[in-house]
Write a protein that binds this ligand. Structure first.
Ligand code: NA7
Length: 566
């Protein structure tokens, strides 16, 4: 099959033509290539900045980098051979193992021959006359394609705060999201870690375990971290998983967060604190995101959430010997899970060690980075190494790094100046034939990512197949559909506790970004039903153009009834 009906398949040597170009060779891009190339028979190219597959797992190689989803569900579910051949070694896979898994999948599916590594996409412009995307890369070359699929990940653009004097530091400094390939030694060094999000909480105990001379953690907002309780997976575990794999994956794909964990209780509102503790204790001992799904109304009911938060505050205080130190990492300014909830292994215990100290930068803010270290309002701290665990320009950052230009010269950056506006988190009005895998306003980071990725990749592949089968050249959401989806997203978010705190979910970690909730909070299962219904109704809410020059075939308005979430 080729949809390249007005162009030669090969294009020209200077400007090759493809049916589809995919940006990124992580979890999403690899699967998207497989679906479009091997199942639809299209000519497809992945352009990937790194020199290998892996996406986020290629870049985030800091010590302790580990997936917070359990390994047996952090994988592709579409291919039985991949499921049968791969056995994870631990309950949560470490970064090298996830990277190895993605390399394995790329090799088994013979994907590498259609991936251009070391190639960064700098711009993409929609040529309205040709009805095609022109895509520019950092080596000065250009390719063209009918479809553009962005598979750039949600947390790929590292963020380093604009501290005064940052370049003057004479020691070594690293951002966790751009960790070097060679080992970094902390032996005998005085090390600073700035940031206590999911990443800081993973790397801090690892650094403490080295022969580091001293570690100082600079914390702005304390977080509620639940024990991961990692352990090796043995043959027995695998026999059981393999025996039930179909059901486990089906349950994950039809759940609110993409996990096969049943929510056992609707609310804590009717329970006393004592009853809540009794109920939560075994879940806390079990660890991981199983704790997160203890109560169904956790992220919408302040009463439930406050009880769970109180339980976790107690656990933090118990873990740290010095009561004065113990108060510092206890969150009191936000509800549990309204910022991305980290998992931890021995994180709180690090504050019991003599060579570890914690600086609360809300009390004594960082004034500047000096050649010797970090100066806060009350002291100068000297370091050999500064680790920035300061997060990412999340959700939209990577997409907006690329100069994406749609119809009428409108850029995505201009369009999203007040926050993302999309239809289904998959597409944007003015950007025909462009699909955003796990884009803003889709569940993405509020879910076990491979589940949301598979939902999107399948949906996009089915849409493209539909277009090809029906001889349709262009697909583009109507303005009305986009306005309705954006309003729906905001309405659902407004009913949750997520909007009660500054966070990267709210776009608030990057100065200057508009404050708006970016992922879709209505649940993976409800969202999946919505996008499937749109497809079943012949892509309701999209304008489909049969040939160039057509005014459009359907011009349908979105069916608002499918957007009502419970
Ligand atoms: P996060 O969750 O964005 O955490 C970044 C941390 O850095 C967080 O504690 C921030 O505090 C802190 N930060 C950011 N800017 C500053 C300044 N200027 N001064 C002090 N501290 C600062 O990123 P992660 O890498 O931990 O996690 C990202 C996701 O990657 C994770 O959720 C997983 O999905 C994988 P703040 O909370 O903003 O006050």
């Amino acid at each position: 099959m080729s949809v390249n009906n007005s162009h030669t398949d090969a294009g020209t040597a200077e400007e090759p033509d493809y049916d589809a170009v995919i940006i990124g060779a992580g979890f999403s891009g690899l699967y998207q290539l497989h679906r479009l190339r091997d199942e639809l028979g299209l000519s497809v190219r992945i352009l990937e900045k790194a020199d290998d597959v892996g996406g986020t797992w290629y870049w985030n190689r800091y010590p302790g980098a580990r997936c917070d989803s359990e390994s047996h569900i952090y994988c592709y579910s579409f291919n039985d051979d991949l499921l049968e051949e791969w056995e994870w070694s631990e309950r949560y896979p470490e970064q090298p193992e996830v990277l190895e898994y993605l390399r394995f999948a790329a090799d088994r599916l013979d994907l590498r021959r259609d991936i251009e590594f070391g190639t960064e996409v700098t711009a993409a412009a929609f040529d309205e006359d040709a009805g095609r995307w022109e895509i520019d890369t950092d080596d000065g070359s250009r390719v063209s394609s009918q479809f553009l699929v962005t598979a750039v990940g949600c947390l790929s653009e590292p963020y380093v705060p604009d501290f005064e004097g940052i370049d003057s530091f004479e020691g070594e400094s690293y951002h966790t999201g751009r960790w070097p390939h060679e080992p970094v030694s902390f032996e005998g060094k005085r090390v600073a870690v700035i940031g206590t999000g999911a990443t800081g909480i993973q790397i801090i105990p690892e650094i403490v375990e080295t022969d580091v001379e001293g570690l100082t953690v600079f914390q702005r907002t304390p977080n509620y971290a639940v024990p991961a309780r990692n352990r090796p997976l043995g043959d027995e575990d695998w026999t059981e998983i393999q025996a039930n794999y179909d059901e486990i994956l089906a349950e994950a794909h039809d759940s609110g967060f993409g996990f096969p964990f049943r929510v056992r209780r609707e609310t804590a509102a009717d329970l006393s604190m004592e009853e809540v503790e009794e109920y939560l204790e075994p879940r806390w001992k079990e660890g991981g995101f199983r704790f997160l799904v203890a109560f169904e109304d956790l992220t919408v009911n302040p009463d439930t959430n406050e009880k769970v938060s109180q339980f976790l505050r107690g656990k933090i205080r118990e873990a740290i010997d010095d009561p004065e130190v113990a108060e510092k990492p206890v969150p009191t300014d936000h509800y549990y899970a309204t910022k991305r909830p980290p998992l931890h292994t021995d994180y709180y215990d690090t504050y019991n060690k003599d060579h570890v100290s914690l600086v609360d930068v809300t009390e004594t803010p960082v004034e500047r980075i000096t050649p010797e270290g970090i100066r806060t309002t009350d002291a100068s701290h000297d370091f050999d190494t500064i680790v920035y665990a300061t997060g990412f320009d999340a959700m939209t950052g990577t997409l907006l790094q690329i100069d994406i230009q749609g119809t009428d010269g409108l850029t995505l950056e201009e369009k999203w100046a007040d926050g993302p506006q999309t239809y289904l988190g998959l597409s944007a009005h003015g950007f025909p034939n462009m699909f955003t895998i796990t884009g803003p306003q889709s569940p993405s980071v509020l879910s076990n990512m491979p589940v949301s990725i598979e939902h999107h990749v399948k949906w996009v592949s089915d849409a493209i197949e539909y277009l090809v089968d029906n001889d349709i050249r262009l697909i583009e959401p109507t303005k009305e559909a986009e306005v309705a989806w954006t309003a729906h997203n905001r309405e659902v978010a407004g009913g949750t506790l997520y909007t009660t705190v500054d966070s990267w979910y709210m776009n608030e970690n990057i100065p200057g970004k508009p404050t708006v909730f970016t992922p879709y909070p209505g649940g993976v299962d409800a969202y999946h039903d919505i996008i499937l219904e749109v497809a079943e109704k012949d892509y309701e809410g999209f304008e489909l153009t049969e040939s160039l020059g057509d005014l459009g075939r359907t011009g349908t308005r979105p069916n608002l009834s499918v957007m009502e979430s419970d």
